[in-house]
Design a binder for this molecule. Structure first.
Ligand SMILES: Cc1cc2nc3c(=O)[nH]c(=O)nc-3n(C[C@H](O)[C@H](O)[C@H](O)COP(=O)(O)O)c2cc1C
Length: 235
């Protein structure tokens, strides 16, 4: 009995330490759980951190996590058919396409020769075939032909570009551009028969007036721009 009572304080100390360890590990795992939930509600995997801008953040605030957007699940899929070619034909076609695209150049002097409007429409239709996040097609193409509107656009762009070159871009960037001999003066915005302005829609509108999330909107619009450039080569 006496031996038992002399060990009692040791047992109590061991039990206290064990309780302490258990409590501490419980607190840690509940903290981890909370931060995981927080991260989950903040995370928007379709917005690349590098592409984040104020418009994306705006959508985040408005977009209640877990709200279904009520999109029609029974929508008919577009039919798919693919031409088949022999190996020789595939090689020939891919080479020809590469050679056509390889003729594309970024130019800063543009001809004022008229272009049929139908060509512009077809080029935009080609761009509109682009894939997009969750098939949201988050783009708007605006064609401008009116000389006064083109000139106003030129003024706005030149004003912004001058600030870019002088303040926003920094010495290294401006220096890297020297070999391209670019600056903020863009005469070609007056000369070109058409300007195609491309806007990304950071969200759409549902019939009930709620905002519709446009996943990967910046990337989707960038892909559409690539297709537009390729289509312009075919003209
Ligand atoms: C995202 C992006 C931004 C660009 N910005 C400009 C620009 O501000 N001004 C300009 O004159 N060219 C700009 N360019 C064109 C590049 O300078 C050009 O693509 C590059 O020099 C290669 O020439 P190439 O397009 O003839 O192959 C840009 C191209 C890309 C893809």
């Amino acid at each position: 009995m006496e031996r038992f009572s002399s060990l009692t304080p040791v047992f109590i100390a061991i039990i206290c330490v064990l309780i302490g360890i258990i409590l501490k590990s419980n607190r840690k795992s509940s903290k981890k759980g909370k931060s995981e939930t927080k991260n989950k509600s903040e995370s928007r995997p379709w917005v690349d951190d590098d592409l984040r801008d104020s418009t994306d953040l705006h959508v985040e605030e408005e977009d209640a996590d877990g709200d279904w957007q009520g999109l029609d699940e029974n929508i008919a899929h577009v039919s798919f058919s693919a031409e088949r070619y022999s190996e020789d034909e595939m090689i020939k076609r891919s080479k020809e396409f590469y050679e056509l695209l390889n003729k594309r150049r970024s130019v800063r002097f543009i001809s004022n020769e008229p272009v049929p409007r139908e060509v512009i429409n077809n080029v935009i239709k080609a761009a509109g075939t682009s894939p997009s996040g969750a098939h949201t097609e988050p783009w708007t193409f605006v064609v401008v032909q009116d000389p006064e509107v083109k000139h106003r656009i030129r003024e706005i762009i030149e004003e912004e570009e001058e600030i870019n070159y002088k303040k926003r871009m920094g010495d290294r960037w401006v220096n890297d551009l020297k070999r391209l001999r670019t600056n903020w003066i863009k005469v070609y915005l007056d000369t070109a028969p058409y300007l195609i302005l491309i806007f990304k829609q950071v969200y759409g509108m549902l019939p009930n007036g709620q905002k519709k999330t446009h996943y990967y909107n910046e990337i989707s619009v960038s892909i559409a721009c690539g297709l537009l450039l390729a289509a312009l080569q075919v003209r």
